[in-house]
Structure formats: structure tokens, C-alpha cells
Design a protein around this ligand. Structure first.
Ligand code: HEC
Length: 165
């Protein structure tokens, strides 16, 4: 039964993706359907809570990890600042402050970071980041600074790469 529901979800998702031409942004209904499917079905994740406290140290560590592994698509502030292609990816890179992202539970965010979001451009980090690093990033995602406050990634402003790209 579970497999059947997942299969239906995958088919639904595929239809949405095929119906929406890659160069045009998904319509609002399409976005809502995809968001609902992801929240309820495709995004796994146990009911785990973040074992790390929301201390300034944890958030700072998460910010450092983010500036290493995530900034190239999400910007240093998690809101796409200075990422030239963020709107042109299909689906576009969402601001991580958006309700669509913040309404995920901690364990769902962990699952997303570890497994990526197939078939979009969001890569899987399993094997690259350990559990502690992922939980730190999640605390950072819950405490993102104001949009634009960290400037643009140096890699895109022609001043060389700050982290790895
Ligand atoms: C190569 C580009 C790229 C990198 C690197 C990247 N992401 Fe993403 N991310 C994306 C794209 C594209 C999406 C939109 C995916 C979608 O909506 O299907 C996304 C979506 C997300 C989402 C929302 C998923 C959803 O279902 O709404 C979260 C949370 C996220 N990324 C966190 C991260 C974190 C944390 C890192 C670093 C560990 C990271 N991303 C690295 C491209 C990237």
C-alpha cells in the first residue's frame, strides 16, 4: 500500500515536471501540489529532534558548514543573495526562510540535506557531512540572518572562491 502511494506520488511529480517546461517557473498550483507531495510523501525522516541546542556556538558552526557546502546555490544567507542562477534552476532555489522550507520538521530537513531533492538540482550530502555537521546546519537554517546581510559569495563577485564550489 505504501509503495503504491509512493509510486502515485512519483508519477504525479513526473507529470508536473513534464507538463511544466523547464524554462518557465512552475505555476502556483503546480508548486502547491509538489510542495504537498513532498511534505507528506516523498520526504522521509524519522521523528528525530535536533539533539544540538540553538546556542550561538551551534548556529555559528552551522553557518561555517553552510558557507562551505551550501552557499554556492543558496547564498551565504540561505536566501540566494548573489547566486546568479538561483531563479533559473527548475524548480528555482527557494529562500530557506520561506514557510515552504521552515514548515519542515528538523528530521525532514535532515533527510533533505542527506538525500537531496531528486530530480532537482539539490544534491545529497550523505557521506560528505557527518550527523553533527548536518544538525549544526539545521540550527543555522532556523536562525538565518537578514537577507543580504552577509554579502555575496566571493566566487560570484570575481574575488576568488571562499569555500569549495
Ligand atoms: C548545486 C546546488 C545546491 C547546493 C550545493 C545545495 N542546494 Fe539546497 N536546493 C537546491 C535546489 C535547486 C533546491 C530546490 C529543490 C526543489 O524545490 O525541488 C534546493 C532546495 C533546498 C531545500 C528545500 C527543499 C524543499 O523541499 O523545499 C533545503 C532545506 C535545502 N536546499 C538545503 C540545502 C543545504 C542545507 C545545503 C548544503 C548542505 C544545500 N541545500 C546545498 C540546490 C542546492
Amino acid at each position: 500500500m505504501k509503495v503504491r502511494i509512493q509510486l502515485t506520488a512519483v508519477l504525479l511529480l513526473t507529470c508536473c515536471i513534464l507538463a511544466g517546461c523547464a524554462s518557465k517557473p512552475p505555476g502556483s498550483l503546480e508548486t502547491r501540489v509538489i510542495t504537498a507531495v513532498k511534505h507528506r510523501v516523498t520526504i522521509g525522516g524519522k521523528k528525530e529532534r535536533n539533539p544540538l541546542p540553538a546556542s550561538p556556538e551551534t548556529v555559528a558552526a552551522g553557518k561555517r558548514n553552510f558557507a562551505y557546502y551550501c552557499y554556492s546555490c543558496h547564498g551565504l544567507d540561505g536566501q540566494n543573495t548573489g547566486v546568479p542562477f538561483a531563479d533559473r534552476m527548475s524548480p528555482p532555489v527557494p529562500p530557506l526562510t520561506s514557510p515552504q522550507v521552515q514548515s519542515y520538521s528538523d528530521s525532514q530537513l535532515k533527510w533533505i540535506i542527506e538525500n537531496g531533492v531528486s530530480p532537482s538540482g539539490m544534491p545529497a550530502s550523505a557521506g560528505i557531512l557527518n550527523d553533527e555537521e548536518v544538525w549544526q546546519i539545521i540550527q543555522y537554517v532556523r536562525h538565518l540572518p537578514p537577507k543580504g546581510s552577509l554579502g555575496e559569495p566571493a566566487a560570484y563577485s570575481g574575488q576568488g572562491s571562499a569555500g569549495q564550489l
